[in-house]
Design a protein around this ligand. Structure first.
Ligand code: IMO
Ligand code: MG
Length: 335
């Protein structure tokens, strides 16, 4: 069994959907598995020129690959079924490809109503936090208890291990949210309620030795949606928000913007054991001549794109691992 993992190194919305979609085209996966979170996620995917925003459903469906919502996830059944119908209507044969792990947990309408009153954290109000609270409080409802999900249920152990094709299984794990929102490593309490690191993928039932590549996805600037103050004082962030279309894919809220924080990026790269790091949205800063980042408390401004690329690649190779392959969007055909 072989597995690649896509993790977000910042606050979500770094382009996991884009990278997962590109990887499905490049590599021959037998399974794509969403490993954490629920419909709080919003993954923007361009497939054959058409724009899709997925919340629950992994991007394997665009390529005819078996796609599983794993046991680490929480599912709002009606949202899931609606998303399935929308994909089908757009010509993506999702129904025959999508499965829900029978031990995934359900986001009930009560969870949603409770989360709908949140002001303190600035959640997506999709019921994510209350669903995980009830899961860990051992009061949750699992997918196998929801008749509407019966046609889609899958037993992860049987699927992955009691399978004659065990040696041919090649999984892409598609993460949701990001390191800065991780319940343990993020800026608690301004976090989501699940784990957003590579460890979270393993919790879905694969052994650590199965992991081949960990794709860390970042943006060349940072964005965050939620209740804490995040945006820097620079006026240019307004322009970046417009150019980068930095509005929540799930809630439409404007994302707060700041420069990349190298210390956090380094921490996320180390903890996730990334073998690849991709910086997205390079095109947004192109033309603005604003190649800036924070290294500790110091704000650096670089003269041109090449300079920030060299600095980032060099620092990650020197301070984390000299085998990391660092990529910038636009560099390679597939990113
Ligand atoms: P993707 O997968 C960005 C944020 C919310 C809030 C905090 C807690 O598209 O990267 P929650 O609803 O999870 O209880 O909210 O986490 N958040 C996200 N921010 N991208 C996401 O998903 C997010 N999912 C949750 O805005 O600050
Ligand atoms: Mg998103």
């Amino acid at each position: 069994m072989i597995a690649d993992v896509v993790v977000d190194l910042q606050y979500g919305d770094c382009g996991k959907g884009k990278i997962a979609h590109a990887l499905c085209r490049e590599r021959k996966y037998t399974h794509v598995i969403r490993y954490n979170g629920g419909c709080n996620a919003g993954h923007t995917i361009y497939h054959n020129g058409q724009k899709f925003v997925t919340h629950h459903i992994p991007c394997g469906v665009f390529f005819g690959i078996k796609s599983i919502i794993g046991p680490g996830c929480v599912v709002h059944t009606d949202t899931f079924l609606k998303e399935l119908e929308e994909l089908e209507a757009a010509g993506i044969p999702a129904k025959k490809l999508v499965h829900v792990a029978n031990n995934a947990h359900i986001i009930t309408d009560f969870h949603r109503a409770e989360d709908g009153k949140d002001e303190a954290i600035g959640t997506t109000r999709r019921g994510n936090g209350p669903a995980y609270r009830d899961k860990y409080g051992r009061k949750g409802v699992r997918a196998l208890d929801d008749p509407k999900l019966y046609p889609y249920l899958i037993d992860m152990y049987r699927e992955l291990y009691e399978n004659e094709a065990y040696n041919e299984i090649e999984i892409l794990f598609e993460g949701a949210q990001g390191f800065g929102l991780d319940v343990d490593w993020g800026d608690y309490p301004y976090v989501t309620s699940s784990h957003c690191t590579v460890g979270s993928a393993l919790l879905n039932g694969v052994p650590p030795r199965a992991i081949r590549d960990v794709w860390g996805v970042a943006k060349i600037y940072e964005t965050y949606v939620g209740a804490k103050d995040f945006e820097g004082p620079d006026e240019i962030f307004e322009t970046i928000r417009e150019r980068g279309q930095e509005y929540g894919a799930t809630t439409g809220r404007p994302r707060q913007i700041n420069w990349l924080d190298f210390d956090m990026l380094k921490m996320a790269t180390r903890i996730n054991g990334c073998t690849k790091v991709v910086f997205n949205k390079m095109d947004v800063l192109e033309g603005l001549d604003a190649w800036c980042l924070y290294d500790g408390p110091n704000l650096y401004q670089f003269k041109k794109r090449d300079d920030i690329e060299l600095w980032l690649s060099g620092k990650l190779e020197l301070e984390v691992d000299d085998n990391i392959e660092v990529m910038f969007s636009g560099d390679k055909e597939f990113i």
